[in-house]
Design a protein around this ligand. Structure first.
Ligand code: FAD
Ligand code: NDP
Length: 435
């Protein structure tokens, strides 16, 4: 059994949706056998960030079709009909189990072989499991991960099954913090447990983290830091107690696990060059095989702004932009696409809070604004990271306006010079509005 398609997008997540739209915009409707998306998921590409935000609301939660790509970038809503109308074949509910880059073929679990001329790998990442850290209990009925709609449905079901109950959140990163806020909105008591000194250890400074921890605490969330859940006690298929390394026992009606993610590179190990946990690509998002491009969470690419240092990002803006860039390059390899010039951008929204980060959190952190938590005031604060060369390398802002976010992004992109760090600290946000 086999079929052929000129351009194959492997994976049906955020990057796939943006790649399809870019293809149609540049090339017009696809001809039969010209473009397909192969996805293990049963639904068309959607904006994954909705799963830890609107989807988990207790009332009026976001549901498809409202968050198909590409609404997250205020662009067209690509419903399944859109793909039909534009000749893009959606091959859903189909897992690719092996890839042969030399022969340019993919093998689906159904036994079908799909051959391509150009492949765009957009397989994203998967949640790390407790078992990978020597733990157990992932299969228990009330243990939830969050990567896809199926996971989100399980989480919603579990939240509704234990109103007023206790949730243990394992991990204080993006998933842990966003899910904790959703659990609170669903009137569930939350305890977050993680090994580090503060939440969001990969991005936040201790001072920034302190603000968010105080805010969450004011909403009734308990933080247990510097330790880990050593085991989960299970009865009749459900976790009843989480046991910490120090022996403490925490009652649990449900558990949410967010302990990191791993890029889905396995199909291409030994066939494509890998770097920093992802598939290495050049500035055109092209892998070590000229017929294969990689985009989104799975791609490690040179960031011009960081002196072409190779980086991999697990954030939606990166998935959107790298996908568009790869399509531009693949459709016209000798064309004007050039190398991607990416400004890293991450964000989150929880409770009434909203922050954005641009660039690299490397160098000296200079805070500004009022980082003290007060229940009565609307927070506005942030930090600049100043490189050894005395330039703004990264910027974080909570509670900014569109103009302020644009201004900090510009300061990072232009590498604004900081002649005097003390003055930057005094000026704070005003620094990016000088001139
Ligand atoms: P994905 O969107 O993960 O898509 C990968 C696709 O490939 C999936 O459809 C998967 O099923 C498919 N696939 C994988 N392997 C195979 C295979 N072998 N065969 C067939 N199909 C396969 N980022 C932000 O910047 N802001 C946010 O607020 C934010 N919120 C998030 C909330 C949640 C709950 C999650 C999980 C992530 C969030 N992110 C956020 C991160 C962002 O969603 C990802 O960076 C983005 O989805 C990456 O896009 P992608 O297309 O590379 O991968
Ligand atoms: P993160 O890497 O953000 O956070 C992992 C957390 O798990 C950290 O707090 C870490 O603690 C903790 N941890 C690591 N190992 C253990 C362990 N053995 N036991 C307990 N805790 C542990 O990953 P997430 O799972 O939160 O997110 C998964 C993916 O989803 C990422 O790709 C992320 O980018 C993406 N995402 C992005 C969002 C956004 O951009 N707004 C929102 C939601 C998801 P410590 O730091 O102390 O080691």
């Amino acid at each position: 059994m086999g079929r052929a398609c000129t351009y194959v997008i492997l994976g049906g997540g955020v990057a796939a949706g943006y790649a399809a739209l870019e293809f149609v915009r540049r090339r017009g409707d696809a001809a039969p056998g010209e473009l397909c998306i192969i996805s293990e998921e049963a639904v068309a590409p959607y904006e994954r960030p909705a799963l830890s935000k609107g989807y988990l609301l207790p009332e009026g939660g976001a549901r498809l079709p409202a968050f198909y790509t590409c609404v997250g970038a205020n662009d067209q809503l690509l419903t399944p009909d859109w793909y039909k109308e534009h000749g893009v074949e959606l091959i859903l509910g189909t897992k690719i189990i092996s890839a042969d880059v030399r022969r340019k073929t993919l093998l689906a679990s159904s036994g079908e072989t799909i051959s391509y001329k150009t492949l765009i790998v957009a397989t994203g990442a998967q949640a790390l499991k407790l078992e990978e850290f020597g733990g157990s209990g992932s299969d228990a009925e009330n243990v939830c991960y969050l990567r896809n709609i199926e996971d989100a449905d399980k989480l919603v079901f579990r939240m509704r099954s234990c109103p007023g109950g206790n949730a243990i959140v394992i991990g204080g990163g993006y998933i842990g913090m966003e899910c904790a806020a959703a659990l609170v909105a669903n009137k569930i008591k939350v305890t977050i447990v993680f090994p580090g000194k503060h939440c969001m250890g990969r991005l936040f400074t201790p001072k920034i983290a302190e603000f968010y921890e105080n805010y969450y605490t004011s909403k009734g969330v308990t933080f247990i830091k510097g330790t880990a859940v050593s085991s989960l006690e299970i009865s009749s298929g459900k976790v009843t107690t989480a046991i910490l390394r120090d022996g403490r026992r925490l009652p649990a009606d449900m558990v949410v696990v967010g302990i990191g993610a791993r890029a889905n590179t396995a199909l291409f190990e030994g066939q494509l060059v890998m770097e920093k946990g992802g598939i290495k690509v050049n500035g055109q998002m092209q892998t070590s095989d000229a017929s294969v491009y990689a985009v989104g969470d799975v791609a490690t690419f040179p960031v011009t702004l960081f002196g072409c240092d190779a980086r991999r990002f697990e954030h939606v803006d990166c998935a959107r932009r790298t996908a568009r860039h790869a399509v531009a390059a693949a459709l016209d390899p000798s064309g004007p696409a050039g190398d991607i010039d990416y400004l890293p951008f991450f964000y989150s929204r929880v409770f009434a809070l909203s922050w954005r980060f641009y660039g690299d959190n490397a160098g000296e952190a200079v805070h500004f604004g009022d980082l003290g938590f007060s229940a009565s005031s609307t927070p506005k604060f942030g930090a600049f990271w100043v490189s050894a060369a005395g330039r703004i390398a990264g910027a974080f802002l909570e509670g900014g306006s569109p103009e302020e976010y644009e201004a900090i992004a510009h300061a990072v992109r232009s590498g604004a010079a900081v002649p005097d760090v003390a003055q930057l600290a005094r000026e704070g946000l005003a620094f990016v509005f000088r001139d």
